[in-house]
Design a protein around this ligand. Structure first.
Ligand code: C5P
Length: 401
C-alpha cells in the first residue's frame, strides 16, 4: 500500500516528537520515501542527525538557508509529495496553519502544499480543549485537513491525563495506510449528485413545545458519508440531530417537514435521492404565537394537519432523480408495509427495518434491513449502519451505471 509513496513529515516542537521517529521507521519499512521538515522548535526535541539517519534523506528546517533552497526549494518540497503528515501537530503549529502563517520553512511549505495533509495533534489536554484550539482545528477540518487523534491518556505533565496525546506510532501508520487505501478505491459516484434526508423533523406547537419523531440521524448521515466517499457531491438535508456533520458533505439544516420539503426541491437536480429522515406525518394545525398556559381545567386539545410526503412528492415529480430510495421504519408487517410504500411513494426501493423496541435500532449502531424493490425482497444480515450505507451506495451506483 505504501510502496513508492512520497510522504513529507512536518515535525512540530512537542515532547511527542520522539514518537515520530518510530513513524518514520515504520513508513520506510513499508516502502515509502519519507522526507522531513523540522520546525525551529522541533530541533529542541529531536536532532536533524537522528531524523536524517532514520529517513535516509536530507532534513530541512530553514527557510532562508541558501544550501537547502539550492538543494530543493520549499515550494517543491511540499509539491513533490503524495501526503503531508504533521506530527506532532502542537497547539501553536495548528494555530499557525489555521491562520495561514508562513513564518518558517515548515509553515510556508504547508501553505504552499498541493498534497493532502493529515495532522496528528499532541498537546496538554487543556490546550486541546481550549476553545481557541478547537476553533483552529475546526477551521483546518473545514479546509480539508484530516486528523489522526489526539488520543486519550496520560500527559507528559505529572499526574495529568485526558485527550491530547499523540496517537501511537502504529495507529498513525494505520491511518496513513487507510488514507491511501481510500484514495485508491474506485469512485463509482464521481460526477453524481446525491441528495439525502436524515434525522427527525420537529413541528412546533407553541414557541417552546414541539412534537417530533425518534431518530438519531445515524443511518442517514452514514449514507451521506458513504456517498461522499464514493465520489458523489452530496447534499444532506437534516433535521435537528446531535451527531457531527459527515466530512465532505453540504449540510442544509431544517426543522419542520415543510422546510425539509423546500430544501429537498431546492437541491434538485440530483441523480439519486435517499430519504432516510423520520418526517413527522402531522403538524399541529396552528402554532400558538405565545406559550400555551397551563390553566385550570382540561389540557388544551391539539388538532393536526397532514404534512406533505416528501418522498412521495419527489418520487412522483417530473424532476425525479433517476434513483429514489425510501426507508420504512415499521413495528409490524414490515415487508407488506414496505411493498405498499414502494408503489405509493414512487420509489425504486424501500429499505425496511423493524424498529420494534427489542431490536435496539433507534440510536443504536447496527441495523437489520430488508431491501424491497420490484425485483423482490433481499434480506441483509445485521450490519453496522456504516455497512448498510456502503451497501446501499453500491446498489445505487449499480442502478445509475
Ligand atoms: O410513510 P412512512 O413515514 O413510513 O414512510 C417512510 C419513508 O417516507 C421514509 O423514507 C421517509 O423519509 C419518507 N417520508 C417523507 N415525508 C413524509 C413522511 C415520510 O419523505 N412526510
Amino acid at each position: 500500500m505504501l510502496a513508492g509513496k512520497r510522504i513529507l513529515i512536518v515535525i512540530g516542537g512537542g515532547i511527542a516528537a520522539y514518537k515520530v521517529l518510530e513513524v518514520i521507521r515504520r513508513l520506510k519499512e513499508r516502502g515509502a520515501t519519507v522526507r522531513v521538515i523540522l520546525t525551529r522548535s522541533a530541533k529542541e526535541f529531536v536532532t536533524p542527525i537522528t531524523v536524517g539517519a532514520l529517513s535516509g534523506e536530507t532534513v530541512f528546517s530553514e527557510l532562508f538557508n541558501p544550501a537547502e533552497e539550492q538543494d530543493i526549494g520549499h515550494i517543491v518540497l511540499s509539491r513533490d509529495t503524495d501526503l503531508i503528515l504533521v506530527a506532532p501537530a502542537t497547539a501553536n503549529l495548528i494555530a499557525r496553519m489555521a491562520n495561514g502563517l508562513a513564518d518558517e520553512l515548515a509553515t510556508a511549505s504547508l501553505l504552499a502544499a498541493a498534497a493532502p495533509i493529515i495532522a496528528c495533534p499532541a498537546m496538554n489536554q487543556r490546550m486541546w480543549a481550549h476553545p481557541a484550539t478547537q476553533r483552529n482545528a475546526a477551521r483546518l477540518l473545514a479546509d480539508g485537513v484530516r486528523f489522526i487523534g489526539p488520543a486519550e491518556g496520560r500527559m507528559a505533565e505529572r499526574g495529568e491525563a485526558g485527550v491530547g496525546r499523540l496517537s501511537e506510532p502504529m495507529d498513525i501508520v494505520a491511518g496513513v495506510e487507510a488514507f491511501f487505501a481510500a484514495a485508491a478505491t474506485p469512485k463509482p459516484l464521481a460526477g453524481r449528485h446525491v441528495l439525502v434526508t436524515s434525522g427527525p423533523t420537529i413541528e412546533p406547537i407553541d414557541p417552546v413545545r414541539f412534537i417530533t419523531n425518534r431518530s438519531s440521524g445515524k443511518q442517514g448521515h452514514a449514507v451521506a458519508a458513504a456517498a461522499a466517499r464514493a465520489g458523489a457531491r452530496v447534499t444532506l438535508v437534516s433535521g435537528p440531530v446531535s451527531i457531527a456533520d459527515p466530512a465532505g458533505v453540504d449540510v442544509v439544516r431544517v426543522e419542520t417537514a415543510l422546510e425539509m420539503l423546500e430544501a429537498v426541491f431546492a437541491a434538485l437536480p440530483a441523480d439519486a435521492a435517499v430519504m432516510a429522515a423520520a418526517v413527522s406525518d402531522w403538524r399541529p394545525a396552528g402554532v400558538a404565537p405565545q406559550k400555551i398556559k397551563k390553566a385550570a381545567g382540561d389540557p388544551p386539545p391539539l388538532a393536526f394537519v397532514e404534512n406533505p410526503d416528501i418522498l412521495a412528492s419527489l418520487g412522483h415529480s417530473d424532476r425525479r432523480p433517476k434513483v429514489v430510495v425510501g426507508f420504512a421504519a415499521e413495528t409490524t408487517d414490515v415487508e407488506t408495509n414496505a411493498g405498499r410504500k414502494l408503489q405509493a411513494k414512487g420509489a425504486d426501493c424501500i429499505v425496511a427495518n423493524d424498529v420494534s423496541p427489542e431490536g435496539g435500532v433507534f440510536g443504536g449502531d447496527r441495523n437489520s434491513v430488508r431491501i424491497v424493490s420490484a425485483a423482490g425482497i433481499d434480506a441483509w444480515p445485521t450490519l453496522s449502519k456504516d455497512e448498510v450505507a456502503e451497501r446501499l451506495i453500491a446498489l445505487i451506483a449499480g442502478r445509475l451505471a
